[in-house]
Design a protein around this ligand. Structure first.
Ligand code: PGA
Length: 247
């Protein structure tokens, strides 16, 4: 079970970040869960320096540029040098802030070129009866993976995060049945993009309103490899309950 804790801008205080790190290490040891923490970028150095090998770190985003006169941008290389091994890319909050499919593809490529494993977020804004949401999810996966080599495509972790669920509580999350259908669909799309039989080995996560209350039922869905957790990962007690329930 893989759990990516996306702290977003919820954690602005280094003491809180350190308390969450300590608790996450305990949980990783006690539950055999792979925990990846995505703190605000400026905290990466301080947290990653102490990490031991029990948890890994992710950037919440990387820049679509690789250097030069771009005030405020943080490149994939800088994140790697600060201790990240993963990078969340294409999060819906970044797409809403202006990331296009093309920029997301560039970010995925820059992450890979700098030895960061991309966690590519895809998901529809709304569900329509005609099934257009399936086309939009397919398009988001295809546009990010198409420019890559077969070897690179195999390294990308997909996080299915429907926008309508993000930031909500458990009762508004996807149902296990709908998640099962979506995971199968995503694996079908991946089978067309990944060489040979490697689609079966691809990691597919779910995110959006994952809490201790619903994670167990969602974890029982076939072929879900883990979760991308936002608000429920930002308090030690809540996160402990969630990881224990998932494991
Ligand atoms: P949430 O966020 O768990 O707060 O819904 C998930 C995400 O946006 O990655």
């Amino acid at each position: 079970m893989l759990i990516v804790a996306n702290w977003k801008a919820y954690i602005a205080d280094l003491k809180k970040a350190q308390a969450l790190l300590t608790q996450s290490k305990r949980l990783a040891r006690a539950t055999n869960t792979t925990i990846i923490l995505a703190p605000p970028g400026p905290f990466l150095g301080a947290l990653a320096a102490k990490r031991g090998n029990l948890v890994a770190f992710a950037a919440q985003d990387v820049s679509s540029i690789t250097g030069g006169a771009h005030t405020g941008e943080v490149t994939a290389l800088t994140y790697r040098e600060s201790g990240a091994a993963y990078a969340i890319v294409g999060h819906s909050e970044r797409r809403t802030a202006g990331d296009t499919g093309e920029m997301v593809a560039e970010k995925v490529a820059h992450a890979l070129a700098n030895e960061l494993t991309p966690v590519l977020c895809v998901g529809e804004a709304v569900r329509d009866e005609q099934g257009r949401y399936l086309v939009s999810v397919r398009e988001q996966i295809t546009s990010a993976l198409m420019p890559l080599t077969g070897k690179e495509r195999r390294q990308v972790i997909i996080a299915y995060e429907p926008r309508w669920a993000i930031g909500q509580h458990a009762e508004h999350a996807i149902t296990p049945t709908d998640l099962g259908e979506m995971i199968l669909y995503i694996r079908k799309v991946l089978a067309e993009l990944l060489p040979g039989r490697s689609a079966t080995g691809a990691q597919v996560l779910y995110g959006g309103a994952v809490e201790a209350e619903n994670v167990r039922a969602l974890a029982q869905v076939a072929q879900v490899d883990g979760f991308l957790v936002g608000h429920a990962s930002t308090d030690p007690g809540t996160f402990t309950a969630l990881v224990r329930a998932a494991a």
